[in-house]
Design a protein around this ligand. Structure first.
Ligand SMILES: Cc1ncc(COP(=O)(O)O)c(C=O)c1O
Length: 396
């Protein structure tokens, strides 16, 4: 059994190193980050805070002096990177960071606004997801399908009519920059909290290729640390002063007992990387997405929003109507990995050093699969294209 498991892990690593990964919710970490993930920190506990949970001493555990210093550095880096007053690195994932926001800022029966999955919203924030557990009433954030963005006027009308406690915007499909400033204005004017679930664009926010909601007046940014943000899988909470006490009261023993300190150390390292290299990385991600979209479009692969220069983020949205599932399977055979959501992402390939002119080659390979060419030959070209790459934008 053990031999089989080891073999499978090795097989996965070997195979995926030979693939071109265009899943927009995935990324690849640096050596320092990987080392931190496999360090002794991953075996340890440290429990300090909050006053509501009496631990009997500063920390319930001993042996934590380095752990606690690492956590402090991580928080400092996060505050700096996201211009936050308070950061919490303990949420185990983006989903759990959303949960933290909901339990910190709402009470049962409250009306909240979130984006429907029909418009690219995150299923976890749909009425059947986290809000159901917390007895929240969800109204859908109005969306302009043609513009592929939030319909601010209609949102204002909704809020005027129905009031509410919280706007939590969490797009999983996000080709264009959301009108963050306008939503902040509405939230302020009508007395709602505004949390931006930036799971998808956290790395773009950190790299200033996307507006920082906290700077625009949002109460909190939450999200995954492994999509455009090239860190370990996990969650992040960054808040303004306004709501930091609400969050502080709701972390320990509500969304987490023991945080995973190997992940937190790894996250701190990736934050340091983003402070140093984030801007170059993020702008390259967006340039690559635009170029990939344009090249695909010119090859004749249906891509949405040509009239709007395709994208302002890491995502390229495909307009393929029929046979997409079959295409995904054929792409996989050619070692090109995508999800079934008709979206492509350029975060991981950017980390691997790909730049604009290589997008043309990637578009050609995708087109050839789309066009029905046998995958065997294409696969060889993909393997050649991805081999001997190293992870860029790191201290390695
Ligand atoms: C907008 C959004 N929020 C939250 C999540 C959940 O993140 P995680 O997988 O880190 O729990 C996702 C996942 O894809 C997402 O797209």
């Amino acid at each position: 059994m053990i031999q089989n498991l080891l073999k499978l892990i090795d097989a996965h690593d070997t195979w995926r190193a030979k693939t071109l990964n265009l899943i927009p919710s995935e990324n690849i970490t640096s050596k320092y980050v990987r080392n931190a993930l496999s360090s002794d920190l991953g075996h340890r506990y440290s429990l300090w805070e909050p006053a509501e949970v009496p631990v009997g001493a500063d920390n319930f555990y001993s042996g934590t002096k380095f752990i606690d210093e690492i956590y402090g550095i991580g928080v400092e880096l996060s505050n700096k990177l996201f211009s936050a007053e308070y950061s919490d690195l303990r949420a185990l994932s983006g989903h759990i960071a959303d949960l933290a926001a909901l339990i910190s800022l709402t009470k049962p029966g409250d009306i909240i606004y979130s984006l429907d999955t029909r418009y690219g919203g995150y299923p976890g924030l749909m009425p059947y997801g986290l809000p159901k557990m917390l007895s929240l009433r969800v109204r859908s954030i109005p969306y302009n399908v043609e513009e592929a963005n939030i319909d601010i006027e209609s949102l204002e009308e909704e809020i005027r009519r129905y009031g509410g406690r919280l706007i939590i915007l969490g797009p999983s499909f996000i080709p264009f920059i959301n009108p963050i400033r306008e939503i902040c204005r509405l939230a302020r004017e009508y007395g709602l909290y505004f949390v931006y679930d930036g799971s998808h664009v956290l790395g773009l926010i950190a790299g200033r290729a996307y507006p920082n909601p906290l700077k625009e007046g949002a109460d909190a940014v939450v999200g995954s640390t492994h999509k455009t943000f090239p860190g370990p899988q996990g969650g992040l909470i960054a808040t303004s002063k306004n709501v930091m006490d609400n969050f502080k009261r709701n972390i320990v023993m509500r969304i987490v007992d023991n945080p995973h300190y190997n992940r937190i150390a790894a996250l701190a390292i990736s934050m340091a990387e983003m402070i140093e290299y984030g801007e170059t990385y993020a702008s390259q991600v967006v340039r690559n997405a635009r170029r990939l979209a344009k090249a695909l479009y010119e090859f004749g692969v249906p891509v949405l929003y040509s009239e709007k220069k395709f994208t302002e983020t890491h995502q390229v949205i495909l307009g393929i109507k029929d046979g997409y599932n079959l295409l995904v399977r054929r792409l996989e055979k050619a070692n090109i990995i995508v999800d079934y959501g008709k979206r492509l992402g350029t975060c991981e390939i950017t980390r691997l050093g790909f730049v604009e002119n290589e997008m043309d080659k990637i578009a050609e390979l995708i087109f050839r699969v789309y066009n029905g060419e046998k995958t065997e030959g294409i696969k060889k070209e993909v393997v050649e294209l991805v081999s001997d790459r190293k992870v860029e934008y790191t201290f390695d």
